[in-house]
Structures are given as structure tokens and as C-alpha cells.
Design a protein around this ligand. Structure first.
Ligand code: SF4
Length: 536
């Protein structure tokens, strides 16, 4: 009978066949290795690393890019958990079928088969980590004994990479890379807390195998750490450079080059043909860093003082068209915090030729039905809208710059144009009282026919920034790297009350329950445009 060790060996061989380095740069050994660590939704290539890859390619520097998130999750899905129950054994036996199903457009017509596949894969991942005290899923990685918000635990993850669930995969993978080339610099992109333990374990493994390699750590989470006032944590001896904000300049500086001129075209050539869990290639593209609005209270973009750096819209349009011709994606994911009105207008006049979606602020521009129709003609499949509240008083205190009358017209215009809306609501802000949450309930119910998907979140108070100074705060969860703080709500609308309101009232309203049921489990907004497109 095949043991788990046999399975691990077999899957290692399999991924080596699938992913082993091709001789991409004959006579020109890669100098840079870029790594996307687990775990985040494995449905599209990593956009930050594609930008770095583009900058390296333009500077004539050879590189390799490993999507360790996709590879690691696929590897782990291929293992049968020890001591499995019947359901888990069946889920493990059908893991390939489930993975393949998520790549079929038809699966996005029937919510049932899709949900079954996602749930089966999550079960296999979870059970594979069970004995090690690790909860793994398609979107998360939690270790019962290590917190990603504690620097001492990240150091432990670095020092004991063999305790990481993905270790057999990434140790072999790194050895294979090192056998074929000697990267001088390794760039690791760390954007989410769910990646932190794996990122440090991968760096630990790398430094054991190649102690002289220079590790550059960047990404959204690292930016948030570094932009906190009084940041004093040291990962000396583990990470050679930590980078806040866009990484192109710092990475090239480490390599003794300068990044000049217009932003380079992102390079997806190393990853575009990988089997992401989506029905066709989803190409993420960022037309800006920061946010053009930057006025919402408690927004990290404001608190961290991240500058707004847009790529000129004409260049965005030409880059999107080039990317479409080069990679033939099924969908473009515009990853900006908020697509600027100028960019939306340019997209409406110059369709990229592929369906696209992204976040937009609710402005009078969207309240114009003709403009919504023009967006639809340009390929807009879905807009993510940060409405946050149905109380004008709360919106004004928040600095959202959203007028509820305009929001109502925008939702109606988008519905008429058959553009799906993914509306984000935020409960429990310092200005919200229960009666405001009731107004949000009323607004949502009144517009339930125009809202296709809903995201409801509890407000988390950023630990840093002047906006929280007037509040009575305590630690949110233990850890010196925690980005949030708990606070006593000024009006007594505490977190537990907000949670109760959401669970017992808001989500139970039949009109809202019907919207919530449509949300694709696990992949949520990443797969929502596919459901929206097949529903039309
Ligand atoms: S629109 Fe979004 S990203 Fe921009 S300031 Fe407001 S919350 Fe922040």
C-alpha cells in the first residue's frame, strides 16, 4: 500500500516535471529569483512580482519566478491525509478532479459543483495539516504554536523551516533551482498575514542551502510594518533588505542598476501558463500605487502616508492592450485601491478587448446611466464598490465622499448596464450607532435587486495613525507586529453587539440572505466576475 512518504516522493517528481526550470536563459544563469509564498487565493499570478519581473526584464537581468503558493497548494492537495475518514479519503481521491473543475467555465454556471469542489479541497488541505497543528486552506495558513503577528515566531519559522507544512515541497524546489543556477538576489513578496510564516520558513530554508544569497523582502504587509511609526523589529541575519512600497527601485539598486523612465510592462511569461484555479488566465494589473482619494479616516493608505503614483492613463491603455495580445487572458483584474475617474473614462473610450473588473469609488460619474453603458461596452464585468454604510452621517464622518442618493443611482445604472456590483459594507466604526447600522440594512434591502454580491466586515482599528488617538484602545491580539488595536466604542456599540446584529438580524433578512448565498465561497470577489458573466 502506498504510504504518505511514497505519495510525497511521487508528487515531488510530478511537480518537478511540471514546474522544473527550463533552460530559459541559455548561457545566462538567472541572477534573481522571485518567490510568491503560500497561502493566498491561488486563482491568478502574483501582480507585484510580475511588476518586478518586468523591471528586471527591461534592465536585461535574468530571473526566475516561483509561484510557491500555487505549486505548494497543488502539491498539498495531492497528498492523502493519514488516518483519514471516508469523506476525506474520497475528497483526496478526487482532488485532481476538483482542481480541474475550477478551471472549467461550466463550473461557474452551477454553484453546487463549484461549492463541492472548493469544500473538498479545503478538507484535504486542512486534514493534511491536522497532525502538525496546522490549519491550511486555499486562503489561509495558521499554526497552533506560531503567530504571524509575533516577530519571535517568525524568527522561529525561519530557524525551523522543517516544521512548516509545505517544507517537503519548497525544500526540494529550492534545491532544484540552486542546482541549475545560483541566484545572487532572492526577492520574496509578502502581502498578507496568511503568507508570513511560510515566507520566513522559505527564507530560512534558502539561507541554509545558500547562506550568501541576498534576500530582499517586500510587499503590502512589509510596507505596513515599515510604515508604522517607531518600527524597530530586526530580522538581521535572515533578511538583508526590507522594502516599503514599490520594489522596482530598491531591487534594482541592490543589483547595482537604476530604474528609470516609464513603468515597465509587467512580465507574466514565467507564470501565465501555470494552472491557476480559474476558468482561464486572470491577469492582475495595477494602474497606480496608493489611492487618489486618500481621505477616508483610518484607511491604511492615509495612515501610512503612501503616496499616490498613477501610471499615465494612455500608458495604462497601451499596456493593457499589449498584455492582452501577449497572454490572451480571460479576465483582467485591475488591482488599484480605487480606479480613478480619468482611468474609468479612458477605459470606456478604449476598451482593452477583454472583460475586466476592479474597485471604484461611488462618484457622480457612475450615476450616469450612459457612462455605465459605455463601461459595459468596454468589457467591465464587475465593479467593487466600497459603500461602507447606509447612513449619510457615518459616511460624512468617515470622509468617504459618498452621497447615498448618488450611490442609489449608480447601483441602478450599473444594474441596467448589466455590470455586476460587489458592495462592501463596514460595521462598528467609531461613528456608527445601532440606528446607523439599521439604516445600512434599509439601504441594502431597498437596493437588493441591484447588488449582486455583498461583503460585510467588522471595523478593525489600525494600530497606528493619528485618527485613533482620541479612542480608548487595548491590544487586539498578542504580537508586536499586530496592525490593529481593540477600542472601547464611544457610543457603546461594541464589537460583540455589532457581531450579534450582523448574525441575528442583517444576514437573516431574506433579501440579504439571498445575496449572501450567491457569494462564491473562499474565492469570493476573485471568482464573482465569472459567476456574473455566466449568469448573463
Ligand atoms: S477609497 Fe479606499 S483606498 Fe482610498 S482612501 Fe478611501 S478607503 Fe482608502
Amino acid at each position: 500500500m502506498e504510504t504518505i512518504a511514497d505519495q510525497r516522493d511521487q508528487t515531488k517528481r510530478q511537480y518537478r516535471d511540471d514546474y522544473s526550470l527550463k533552460n530559459r536563459n541559455p548561457g545566462n544563469s538567472p541572477k534573481v529569483l522571485l518567490i510568491h509564498p503560500p497561502v493566498v487565493r491561488p486563482c491568478e499570478p502574483p501582480p507585484g512580482l510580475a511588476r518586478l519581473a518586468g523591471a528586471l526584464a527591461r534592465s536585461g537581468i535574468a530571473y526566475d519566478l516561483i509561484d510557491a503558493n500555487l505549486e505548494g497548494l497543488r502539491w498539498l492537495c495531492g497528498l492523502t491525509p493519514e488516518a483519514s475518514d471516508t469523506w476525506t479519503r474520497r475528497a483526496a481521491g478526487q482532488a485532481d478532479k476538483s482542481l480541474n473543475l475550477l478551471a472549467l467555465p461550466d463550473a461557474y454556471r452551477s454553484g453546487g459543483r463549484y461549492r463541492q469542489a472548493v469544500s473538498a479541497l479545503n478538507r484535504v488541505l486542512d486534514k493534511n495539516g491536522h497532525e502538525m497543528g496546522i490549519h491550511a486552506s486555499l486562503t489561509d495558513y495558521q499554526d497552533a504554536s506560531l503567530s504571524p503577528a509575533r516577530s519571535s515566531d517568525l524568527i522561529k519559522a525561519f530557524n525551523t523551516p522543517e516544521t512548516n507544512l509545505f517544507f517537503p515541497y519548497f525544500e526540494r524546489r529550492i534545491k532544484d533551482v540552486l542546482a541549475e543556477s545560483t541566484p545572487r538576489v532572492v526577492g520574496v513578496s509578502l502581502n498578507f498575514l496568511s503568507q508570513a510564516l511560510c515566507a520566513f520558513a522559505i527564507i530560512g530554508c534558502l539561507k541554509r542551502l545558500a547562506p550568501d544569497v541576498c534576500v530582499v523582502l517586500g510587499g503590502g504587509l512589509v510596507t505596513s510594518w515599515l510604515r508604522q511609526s517607531g518600527w524597530a523589529t530586526s530580522f538581521e541575519g535572515m533578511v538583508d533588505h526590507m522594502v516599503a512600497g514599490p520594489g522596482e527601485d530598491p531591487l534594482l539598486a541592490v543589483l547595482g542598476k537604476r530604474y528609470t523612465g516609464e513603468p515597465a510592462l509587467p512580465d507574466y511569461s514565467e507564470v501565465a501558463s501555470l494552472s491557476y484555479l480559474s476558468p482561464g488566465l486572470v491577469l492582475p494589473y495595477s494602474a497606480s500605487n496608493g489611492c487618489y482619494w486618500r481621505r477616508c479616516a483610518f484607511c491604511p493608505e492615509k495612515a501610512e502616508g503612501n503616496p499616490y503614483r498613477p501610471i499615465p492613463v494612455s500608458r495604462v491603455i497601451s499596456q493593457l492592450i499589449t498584455l492582452k495580445e501577449k497572454y490572451r487572458p480571460a479576465l483582467i483584474h485591475l488591482t488599484d485601491n480605487a480606479l480613478s475617474p480619468a482611468l474609468l473614462k479612458a477605459l470606456s473610450l478604449n476598451p482593452p478587448g477583454v472583460p475586466w473588473y476592479g474597485f471604484a469609488r461611488i462618484t457622480p460619474q457612475l450615476a450616469d446611466p450612459d457612462f455605465c453603458m459605455a463601461l459595459k461596452r468596454s468589457g467591465c464585468a464587475m465593479l467593487q464598490l466600497g459603500l461602507e454604510s447606509g447612513s449619510q452621517k457615518v459616511l460624512d464622518a468617515f470622509g468617504k465622499g459618498v452621497d447615498l442618493t448618488v450611490a442609489g443611482k449608480a447601483l441602478a445604472g450599473l444594474k441596467q448596464a448589466q455590470i455586476a456590483t460587489y458592495v462592501y459594507l463596514l460595521f462598528g466604526t467609531p461613528w456608527e450607532k445601532e440606528e446607523d447600522a439599521e439604516l445600512t440594512l434599509d439601504f441594502t434591502v431597498r437596493h437588493c435587486e441591484e447588488i449582486m454580491f455583498l461583503n460585510m466586515a467588522l471595523f478593525n482599528l489600525p494600530a497606528h495613525g493619528t485618527a485613533s488617538e482620541s479612542l480608548d484602545t487595548q491590544s487586539f491580539y498578542k504580537g508586536d507586529l499586530s496592525l490593529y488595536r481593540a477600542f472601547a466604542h464611544p457610543a457603546g456599540w461594541q464589537r460583540r453587539d455589532v457581531r450579534r446584529f450582523l448574525d441575528k438580524k442583517f444576514k437573516r433578512h431574506p433579501a440579504i440572505a439571498a445575496i449572501v448565498r450567491k457569494d462564491p465561497p473562499v474565492f469570493t470577489s476573485s471568482h464573482a466576475p465569472f459567476f456574473a458573466m455566466t449568469a448573463q
